[in-house]
Ligand binder design. Structure first.
Ligand code: NI
Length: 133
């Protein structure tokens, strides 16, 4: 049973040390982002990915990827960004992108509260975006 919550804890993850890798260890499945803290209206989400995702855009927000472990490739229509542990990238709003991980990758996402993982695309890969861990 995952230690997940549908609502934010009173602390919103603030004022404490958060061990990101330990948090990811509590997640059962790939492609299931979990919120660990908030800063103003932004959320920090941990997630583990493996395999391919769908092409999507976020019309209203940039999206930050920080790789903690493994290697992430963010495909863009005119190329790709490859990130390894300790590296980050910001995908600008409105830019179509598709995350891909040949092997499992663990990362931290930073984006405003309420952003869907599939952006404007929707569909079966969309998951609830406000589950805390
Ligand atoms: Ni995205």
């Amino acid at each position: 049973m995952q230690a997940t919550k549908q609502t934010a804890p009173a602390s919103r993850g603030q004022g404490i040390a958060i061990r990101l890798i330990d948090k990811i260890g509590l997640i059962d499945d790939h492609w299931q982002p979990r919120v660990v803290a908030e800063m103003n209206d932004y959320q920090f989400k941990v997630v583990k990915l493996k395999g391919d995702f769908i092409w999507h855009t976020h019309a209203d927000t940039d999206e930050t990827f920080i790789v903690l472990d493994g290697e992430l490739r963010i495909d863009l229509r005119d190329g790709a960004i490859v990130l390894r542990a300790g590296e980050m990238a910001v995908v600008p709003r409105g830019v179509e992108h598709k995350p891909f991980a040949a092997d499992e990758v663990k990362l931290l996402l930073i984006e405003p509260r309420g952003v869907a993982n599939t952006g404007e695309e929707g569909g079966e890969r969309t998951v609830q975006n406000d589950i805390w861990i």
